[in-house]
Design a protein. Structure first.
Ligand code: FAD
Length: 406
């Protein structure tokens, strides 16, 4: 049994959630192993992932605690204000719109912003560097893990490597999570029949930290301000949702025609628009695990939940799982307690599942209310938008929620 390696926690999946959690737990004194079936350096390639994340204040704190925030190779771009409009293609600037300016959120929040935009690639590079240099952290990638669990501990056979013995295994393997399936944890699924297209654009005029969420009948279109680079000082990310068939047609267009269609949805406020780099598309669906734990197993991030990107909350919710697990496990290590005990796992679920259920419901309702052209629903949302516009206190409350201080 000489090649059995004892750790406190084994994390399967070194994505944004698993990678961040590994760094955070190691900092809190846990002995951690992280296993990913894919090699990590290729994930830094510009063609690997086109997503950009809107990071809220709470997520920034988690990244700071994990030692990642100051390691981002490309600076995070602040989101200073958000314009929300409701319209039709070719007529983006509807008469009614909401303008949230972070400077109006309250004197106590002076200097604060709604959030920060970071490239998935930038986060990946920070995670890889931190995994490399952190003590008491073992990384196996690319590697297949075979997991056995019982009441006492979990054993993880690494193909071609050692066997790990851990008090707790964390499944952070993304939506398909084989560990969740092996544990027989059922999931609720709801396909949206929508596809999210993402990528980056350069534009003629500066965005000044302003984001646009434009609700269109087929799905929302978002322009998110990115920190510029030397060749492209005016840079934004876009998340453009369409019904599946229409998205397929859009993805088949040349870059020039795609950019023209994009501008019809976005409007003219940023002038001429050009695509930069490639574009990606993702089928959208809601997914929620009926429980977040099993014997010596916890689910985190997209392995536990997946939501519509309408509010850019997927990773933020995953980072809240990281924050909760980091605190519960870190405290247990300090107290010399079992980090995989049923009591700790129940506390984790009690803390995280209701919060995530609320976010899943909110993103689902917003998508249903806005992604259609029903005249009655259009009236309801226009009245809603007008009401929020006229009630500064309500508007301020929304802003503080978005800034993570509600
Ligand atoms: C179009 C779109 C736009 C989005 N925009 C935003 C946004 O603006 N803000 C935001 O907060 N969120 C956003 N999201 C959501 C966000 O991308 C996800 O929530 C996030 O990627 C989840 O991270 P994760 O680490 O849980 O899973 P993943 O990113 O899926 O990572 C899983 C990791 O596990 C590994 N793995 C898989 N299977 C195994 C296995 N069997 N063994 C070992 N390793 C395995 C994979 O190689 C990978 O490294 C968006 C999503 C989409 C689709």
């Amino acid at each position: 049994m000489s090649d059995v390696v004892e750790v406190d926690v084994a994390i399967v999946g070194a994505g944004p959630v698993g990678g961040t959690l590994a760094c955070l737990l190691a900092k809190r004194g846990a002995r951690v192993a992280v296993i990913d079936r894919a090699a990590l350096p290729p994930m830094e390639h510009p063609d690997f992932d086109g997503r950009a994340y809107a990071i809220a204040a709470g997520s920034k704190r988690v990244m700071e605690e994990a030692g990642l925030w100051n390691e981002l190779p490309y600076p995070a771009g602040p989101i200073r204000d958000i314009r929300v409009t409701d319209g039709k293609v070719g007529r983006p600037a509807s008469r009614l719109f909401l303008h949230f300016d972070s400077r109006d959120a309250g004197e106590d929040l002076e200097g604060e912003v709604f959030g920060w935009m970071i490239e998935a690639r930038s986060l990946r590079m920070a995670i890889n560097a931190a995994l490399d240099r952190t003590d008491n952290l073992l990384v196996f990638a690319p590697a297949e893990a075979k997991v056995r669990r019982n009441d006492e501990h979990a054993e993880i056979d690494i193909a071609g490597g050692p066997t790990l013995r851990a008090a707790l295994v964390i499944a952070a393997e993304g939506r398909q999570s084989p560990l969740r399936q092996a544990a027989g944890i059922r999931v609720t699924r709801l396909p949206y029949h929508q596809t999210g297209m993402v990528g980056s654009i350069v534009h003629e005029k500066p965005h000044n930290g302003s984001a646009l969420e434009h609700f269109l009948p087929a799905g929302p279109f978002a322009q998110l301000p990115m920190e510029g680079i030397a060749d492209a000082p005016n840079l934004s990310a876009f998340v453009w949702t369409e019904r599946d068939e229409m998205a397929q047609r859009m993805m088949a267009l040349s870059d020039e025609v795609f950019a023209r269609e994009l501008r019809r949805r976005m409007g003219d406020h940023l002038g001429e628009v050009k695509l930069i780099g490639r574009r990606w598309s993702y089928p959208l669906s809601l997914m929620h695990a009926e429980r977040y734990h099993d014997t010596r197993l916890a689910l985190a991030g997209d392995a536990a939940h997946g939501m519509h990107p309408i509010a850019g909350q997927g990773l933020n919710v995953g980072f809240r799982d990281v924050g909760a697990l980091g605190r519960l496990i870190g405290d247990a290590i300090e107290a010399g307690e079992d980090v995989g005990s049923p009591a700790l796992l129940r506390r984790y679920q009690a803390e995280r599942r209701p919060d995530t259920t609320a976010m899943l419901a909110a993103t689902d309702v917003i998508d249903r209310l806005f992604s259609n052209d029903n005249p009655a629903l259009r009236l309801v949302r226009d009245v809603g938008i007008a009401a929020v516009h006229r009630m500064p206190r309500l508007k301020r409350m929304f802003m503080r929620q978005a800034m993570g201080v509600g």
